[in-house]
Design a protein around this ligand. Structure first.
Ligand SMILES: Nc1ncnc2c1ncn2[C@@H]1O[C@H](COP(=O)(O)OP(=O)(O)OP(=O)(O)O)[C@@H](O)[C@H]1O
Ligand SMILES: [Mg+2]
Length: 260
């Protein structure tokens, strides 16, 4: 008998996820796995159910059916904020930044469990609160530098381009020190000159800091250069999964996804 116990369990494993909107089966019996330390891709034609799957994994939308295990624990009964506290953070296809706050304030708001939120701690231990604020600001500025937005720190987030908002969202996600980041089309709407830059940054966070990513992306160059493994959805269902090379030459994928 093969002993599978020596394999580390996936960081994220979802099985049998279903979600219908009226008569549309947006996601139907879908499964996905994300290995610890990987950059995993999720691709599929427009309307395949990729964003809906992200919404189900993070419980922004409740599944009709299915299970999601994250870091060894079931999470499908938790609220999105509780899932975020457990270390699973997602970004949105259309970046959700707070336009009338500065870029730096957007970053600071993303930090979890700040001591300064506790009234008594502010009164009794103001030096600890001040020190924590300083550390958070340093972390925020360092992350803004790594997403190339340090010069925009004190400008309104509303003045950023679509691509810069995407970078800010990734920076905000990293402020929470997550275990897994779900990125919904990080390269969409981004100036082509910036795309290589974003890929390099994602690779650095992955290779140097051990951050795990699940990435939805239509840009095949991005998928092929980043991902260790790729899952393909079509019409809400799993079509294939494998290495980028396997997926690129898979006849079913070419037919459904590339229309060849
Ligand atoms: N809130 C909703 N209400 C009704 N239908 C929805 C809703 N969200 C998604 N859908 C439908 O579910 C299907 C899957 O949509 P979804 O946004 O998940 O696809 P996608 O793979 O992310 O597409 P894209 O690549 O264009 O972003 C589509 O037919 C879409 O119209
Ligand atoms: Mg989508």
């Amino acid at each position: 008998m093969v002993n599978n116990l020596s394999f580390p369990p996936p960081l994220l494993a979802a099985t049998g996820l279903c979600k219908s909107f009226g008569g549309i089966k947006a996601v139907y019996e879908a499964s996905i796995e994300v290995a610890q330390g990987s950059i995993t891709g999720l691709i599929g034609p427009n309307g395949a159910g990729k964003t809906t799957l992200f919404n189900l994994l993070s419980n922004f939308i409740r599944p009709d059916k299915g299970r999601v295990i994250f870091d060894g624990e079931p999470i499908h009964h938790l609220q999105p904020y509780q899932i975020a506290q457990q270390g699973l953070i997602r970004t949105f296809q259309v970046a959700r930044t707070l336009s009338r706050l500065s870029v730096l304030e957007n970053m600071l708001l993303a930090a979890q469990k700040q001591t300064g939120e506790n009234f008594w701690q502010v009164q009794l231990q103001p030096h600890i609160v001040a020190q924590e604020e300083r550390q958070l600001k340093e972390q925020a500025m360092s992350l803004l530098t790594s997403v190339g937005l340090e010069k925009k720190a004190h400008e309104y987030a509303g003045g950023l381009s679509g691509g810069q908002r995407k970078l800010l969202e990734i920076g905000r996600a990293l402020m929470t020190n997550p275990k897994l980041i779900l990125l919904d089309e990080p390269a969409a709407g981004v100036n082509p000159r910036l795309i290589d830059d974003i890929c390099d940054r994602i690779l650095t966070w992955n290779r140097q800091d051990g951050m795990t990513f699940l990435v939805i992306e239509h840009n095949m160059d991005v998928v092929m250069s980043l991902c260790d493994r790729v899952w393909v959805l079509a019409e809400g269902q799993n079509l294939a999964d494998g290495s980028p090379d396997e997926i690129q030459t898979n006849a079913k994928v070419l037919e459904a996804y590339l229309g060849k």
